[in-house]
Unconditional design. Sequence first.
Length: 160
Amino acid sequence: MTIKVGDSIPSMKLMTPTADGPKEISTDEIFNGKKVVLFAVPGAFTPTCSAKHLPGFVHEADALHAKGVDSIVCLSVNDVFVMGAWGKDQGVGDKILMLADGSGAFTKELGLELDLVARGLGVRAQRFALVADNGKVTHLAVEAAGGFDVSRAEAVLAAL
């Protein structure tokens, strides 16, 4: 079942790259008591994700914060080292929390997995964006297959 507006973000552990190496971080730590924008991409270093999706959130970070967003999180079913390298490559700095869902467990718990096994890519995250306030989903935008419209930074900004 797919997460929906009004639902709580599941309590789970994920990984984030830091200057001191990989660090375990809980969704409770990320979402509790905060307004968070989380966007997910099918894969780090992939064309649309690298050329448009992540850069859009880096570019709009200040505008999102001005609308009351405490944190912006980029999620992908990739390992923490790939997410760290991609964040460096994209120059995210401290604007975006790069979040690795290496096994896809969190993505599956949200009900937003994308089966790309037949294309040799395994199970990934659908392209989506959500806003959560104190751990409750207040906005959810899931892209149609191959789409890049409702989960863009500009679309999330307009929804706030």
